[in-house]
Design a protein around this ligand. Structure first.
Ligand SMILES: Nc1ncnc2c1ncn2[C@@H]1O[C@H](COP(=O)(O)OP(=O)(O)OP(=O)(O)O)[C@@H](O)[C@H]1O
Ligand SMILES: [K+]
Ligand SMILES: [Mg+2]
Length: 675
């Protein structure tokens, strides 16, 4: 039931074909003024088939019928393109709806538990979910720990651990508890759940035109109005020359000149762009968010887990001063007995693997000091009054110095050695004494350098924000090839960087998962929250990554760029097409009265009627021919906007001029046998 699976299949195509006819309803067509004009043209020519002399003309019924038929197909093709783009989302929505069954929830009321239908749950209600049960609504775990199967939402079959407090406390309605039992506080009202939002997103029900799309649409409609005025006034000039222009010929000219290609594909391009993001297992809350990602100038990334694998493992204990390796290891282990971070757990594992020991019972009755990004330390306060800390070297140094302790001479050199190798040094201290260092190893993910290189070519600046020390940050930044970095940064520093960039007029994207990332996610123009993250982060962001892979931001930006480029390319193509159609139709209209017009018949088309029909047929069939391009997006290489512009002008501008000349000529070779 993952959002990943459905591809375009026979069912979707058949449904889209049906939808193409249903969308002929003028009330629906009105939303797309360009195609609406074509539909009106169809209705007029169809009328002429039955009442040939309504406008006093003398055009054969056969020609009228042919024009009407081609116009009908022009509209159907455009409707089909839109319906096809919507189809995949509709299919996904259907399968998601199946996981949205009404179930019975165990609601806590006072000291008792009451069974209520899940649809009656409101924000703030508390429910108990036990092994084997579905979670009845979105919420936050407030008690207990459980493993949860989230495959209905994420498509990922491995269960995830959800527990009260911290960054893994959010649960989604429709997912299933497969072990243990949790107490959940519901965080959404009926109809506003994550699943509801997901359904309406993939279904496209709430799709609103984006500002860019509206702007382009306005230009296209203006063009249509201009051509409409030109074509309506044409007969008056012709009359003066004693030339009679027939109504179906004028309609054909109008339809060929107005931007039907882009007008027919515009909404399919937008829907498909959003769909590409969804196929990538990222939920964009709006089309606007996807487009904004195409205009991003700056990406803020964190180091650990985004640029590096993030499973920072303790790999060495390094004593300083007169202390021994056993000393550092023992204190490091004590400070980690209840440090549930991967870093904390790896310290205990390293101790075991090196056959070192520590006395765990010393920690009995001690108070645990949790790791915080603000303090950049974690540790334990023993009942005998001793305080043990491990953490970022500068933080621990400050803590020790604050108590009047002395910093060992060889601390800095040892810590620099770790940092310049790209590792993270953690200092270990007990009250006024620093015992040594823990070497946390982390590796840059493969391919990062190439991706940042691509970003640079697209004109996007990448800034790495890390809580780590400047030397480690510099090493990783150089290794990964980011443009800039900020070290020893606290969560609030991220929002400061975003504001600084935005003040320079830049659009900024970032990823995050914690509650403390929420303000920055909201401040960023594109904020991508991890599905594993907190409710606050997911609500602040305008995209949610169901796979919780922070490095995906890079691909999302690429998809956004591709969407904008596809739209630009097809607009260029659509307008460039007019030149060939102009040379096909104008000579045809005037040739009989003005034989000199023959010089304009550069394509050597068979006859005036075949020329008009060929141009009109080309105008219609180019729409379905371009559907695959509209849906897949134009192929692109990362490069700057100005390079892109000239490249697209050459391919789609020049192509837009040349292709229809060839196409119309070919069609004319066939059509000449009928007219
Ligand atoms: N469990 C821990 N106990 C003590 N100190 C830690 C622990 N985890 C990390 N640190 C220290 O705190 C610093 C900040 O950690 P934090 O997770 O905020 O940032 P980071 O992981 O280094 O960077 P990023 O923002 O790229 O994820 C780390 O660089 C490390 O020195
Ligand atoms: K056209
Ligand atoms: Mg971190």
């Amino acid at each position: 039931m993952s959002t990943k699976k459905s591809a375009i299949n026979k069912d979707i195509v058949i449904q889209a074909a049906k939808q193409a006819f249903i969308k002929l309803d003028p009330r629906v067509m009105l939303r797309n003024p360009i195609m609406f004009v074509v539909e009106i043209g169809f209705i007029i020519t169809l009328f002429l088939v039955f009442v040939p002399d309504a406008f006093g003309g003398d055009v054969s019924t056969g020609f009228n019928l042919a024009v009407a038929f081609i116009l009908l197909f022009t509209v159907l093709f455009a409707n089909f393109a839109e319906a096809l783009a919507e189809g995949r989302g509709k299919a996904q929505a259907d399968s998601l709806k199946k996981s949205k069954k009404e179930i019975t929830a165990n609601k806590v009321s006072g000291s008792s538990v009451k069974e209520v239908p899940s649809t009656e749950l409101r924000k703030g209600d508390v429910v108990i979910v036990a092994q084997g049960e579905m979670i009845p609504g979105d919420g936050e775990v407030i008690e207990g720990l459980a493993s949860v199967d989230e495959s209905a939402i994420t498509g990922e079959s491995a269960p995830v651990i959800k527990e009260a407090g911290g960054d893994f406390s959010s649960v989604t309605g429709g997912t299933k508890v497969i072990s243990d039992r949790i107490k959940v506080r519901i965080t959404s009202d009926p109809g506003e759940s994550f699943l509801d939002r997901m359904i309406s997103l993939v279904e496209g029900a709430k799709r609103q035109k984006t500002p860019n799309e509206i702007a382009l649409n306005t230009v296209l409609v203006s063009l249509t109005i201009i051509f409409l005025i030109v074509v309506i006034t044409l007969p008056f000039f012709a009359d003066y020359l004693d030339i009679r222009l027939e109504v179906p010929v004028l309609i054909a000219l109008l339809v060929c000149l107005i931007p039907t290609t882009i007008g027919g594909l515009l909404s399919a391009i937008g829907i498909a762009g959003m769909d590409r993001v969804t196929q990538f297992n990222v939920l964009a809350m709006s089309g606007k968010a996807v487009e904004a990602s195409g205009d991003i100038n700056t990406i803020i990334l964190d180091k650990t887990g985004t640029i590096t694998y993030g499973n920072r493992m303790a790999s060495e204990f390094i004593p300083v001063g007169k202390h021994s390796r056993q000393d550092v290891a023992a204190w490091a282990a004590l400070s980690s007995v209840r440090d549930e971070t991967p870093e904390g757990r790896s310290v205990l594992e390293l101790l075991k693997s090196q056959n070192l020991s520590f006395q765990e019972s010393v920690a009995d009755g001690a108070e645990f000091v949790e790791f915080k990004a603000e303090t950049r330390m974690s540790g334990i306060d023993l009942p005998d009054g001793r305080h043990i800390r491990k953490g970022a070297v500068d933080a621990v140094k400050q803590w020790v110095a604050g108590q009047g302790g002395i910093i060992p001479d060889d601390l800095q050199a040892n810590s620099n050695a770790i940092a310049s190798a790209g590792g993270t040094p953690l200092a270990v201290a007990v009250d006024q004494t620093i015992y040594g260092l823990i070497y946390l190893k982390d590796t840059v993910k493969p391919g990062m350098r190439e991706r940042f290189e691509q970003m640079r070519k697209m004109g996007i600046k990448t800034i790495m924000c890390t809580g780590d020390n400047p030397l480690t940050a510099a090493t990783i930044a150089a290794e990964a090839g980011v443009d800039d970095f900020i070290a020893e940064s606290k969560p609030e520093d991220k929002i400061a960087v975003i504001r600084r960039e935005q003040a320079e007029g830049k659009l900024v994207a970032m990823t995050g998962d914690g509650t403390n990332d929420a303000p920055a996610l909201a401040q960023a123009d594109v904020g991508i929250a991890m599905n594993s993250g907190t409710v606050a982060a997911k609500e602040a962001a305008n995209m949610v990554d169901l796979d919780s892979d922070p490095s995906k931001i890079i691909e999302v930006v690429s998809i956004g760029k591709q969407l904008l480029m596809t739209r630009g390319a097809l607009t260029t193509f659509s307008i460039a097409n007019d030149i060939a159609k102009y040379f096909a139709i104008i000579p045809a209209m005037f040739m009989v009265a003005i034989p000199e017009m023959e010089v304009l018949n550069v394509m050597r088309l068979h006859s005036p009627l075949s020329a008009i029909l060929s141009a009109l047929i080309f105008n219609a069939v180019i729409i379905p021919l371009l559907i695959p391009l509209a849906m897949k997006g134009v192929a692109y290489k990362p490069m700057s906007s100005s390079q892109l512009l000239s490249r697209n002008l050459i391919i789609y501008g020049l192509g837009g001029v040349v292709v229809p000349f060839a196409g119309i000529k070919l069609i004319d070779l066939v059509v000449q046998f009928w007219v």
